[in-house]
Design a protein around this ligand. Structure first.
Ligand code: MG
Length: 327
């Protein structure tokens, strides 16, 4: 039987990680691509791209326009660049409301201003009714490398601390709740630009070893990617992971584990133990929920979660998590 692509291949699951390695890296590999960072560093440039298919296109706290700017901006930031220019490619389905298109472009304009980038190139296409779902957006971005920022899996050492810049899961749960039309919660997406925060982190703490934004697949997937990339285990403490009470409650109703929920305005940092408290104090000035949630533990394989009740469970990549089109 012919193998087919399924939704899980696009969800930040083990299947998507394997597909990237098996199909894309195998055929297209080169030094920039094979590092598997959020953006490629090419000389003094940091370069990244992303596509956005979120459903619904307007959701509490944000929309596909802002998301398509911040998504690429944040990938450049966590990779040690200051974003400068983005390209913008939009595909809409025939019948799409012009007023909605204008609303989305206004949102892109605002997000570009906040992120201090210009949209330097663009493309717009229309496909027949039923041949796409409303609107898809792709952005590519280039940034200037911050000379002192050198994030790499190779830098990650035993006992390094795992830091998260704020509470997790708000983007994923806000999209899920609006999709399921559950309105008793008032949870807005955390979708925001990391430009200001992350640039100042790199300037102040160039010793930070690695950074990634936990988007699709949530912190569970990012921690597993870091574990695979660095070939070291990670121990995380449930008690320390900042999840808002309303996000937890909504997760219980929907039967979702918050550790797999996408964030669109948070970063996971891998920080030498010696500066971890300084980094945390710096983050706390603007984000009270920032926290040290775990540490690199060379004696482990994969990601181990110490639960509040004192137990331990493996926090694996999601194998079949049904949250397509979250970003
Ligand atoms: Mg990313």
């Amino acid at each position: 039987m012919q193998e087919i692509i399924t939704l899980k291949h696009g969800e930040g699951t083990k299947a998507s990680y394997s597909l990237i390695k098996e199909v894309f890296l195998k055929k297209l590999s080169n030094p920039a691509l094979e590092k598997l960072t959020d953006a490629a560093t090419i000389g003094k440039l940091v370069f990244s791209c992303d596509s956005f298919t979120v459903d619904p296109i307007f959701f509490p706290g944000s929309d596909i326009g802002k998301l398509s700017v911040f998504g690429t901006v944040n990938d450049i930031c966590v990779s040690g660049g200051i974003p400068k220019y983005l390209s913008l490619a939009i595909i809409v389905e025939e019948g799409f409301l012009k007023s909605d298109l204008i609303k989305i472009v206004d949102s892109i304009k605002l997000a570009a201003r906040i992120s201090k980038i210009d949209i330097a190139s663009g493309d717009f296409k229309v496909v027949e009714r039923g041949k796409a779902d409303k609107i898809f957006i792709s952005t590519s971005g280039i940034g200037e490398k911050i000379p002192q920022a050198n994030p790499s899996f190779k830098n990650i050492k035993n006992k390094d601390k795992v830091v998260v810049t704020g509470s997790i899961g708000e983007h994923g749960i806000s999209v899920m709740l609006s999709r399921k039309k559950i309105f008793e919660f008032n949870i807005k997406s955390d979708c925001q630009s990391l430009n200001k925060l992350v640039t100042s982190l790199w300037m102040k703490f160039p010793q930070i070893n690695f950074m990634r934004d936990p988007t699709r697949g949530g912190i569970a997937s990012v921690l597993n990617e870091i574990s695979l990339g660095s070939r070291k285990g990670i121990r995380v403490f449930e008690e320390a992971i900042p999840v808002r009470r309303d996000v937890k409650a909504a997760c219980e109703i929907l039967g979702i584990d918050p550790y797999y929920l996408a964030c669109e305005g948070r970063a996971i940092l891998i920080v030498p133990n010696t500066i971890s408290n300084k980094v945390l104090n710096f983050l706390k000035k603007t984000s009270k929920s920032a926290a040290i949630i775990g540490e690199i533990d060379s004696s482990l394989k994969g990601v181990l979660l110490e639960t509040v009740s004192g137990g331990e469970r493996i926090l694996d990549f999601s194998h079949s998590f049904n949250l397509p089109r979250i970003c």
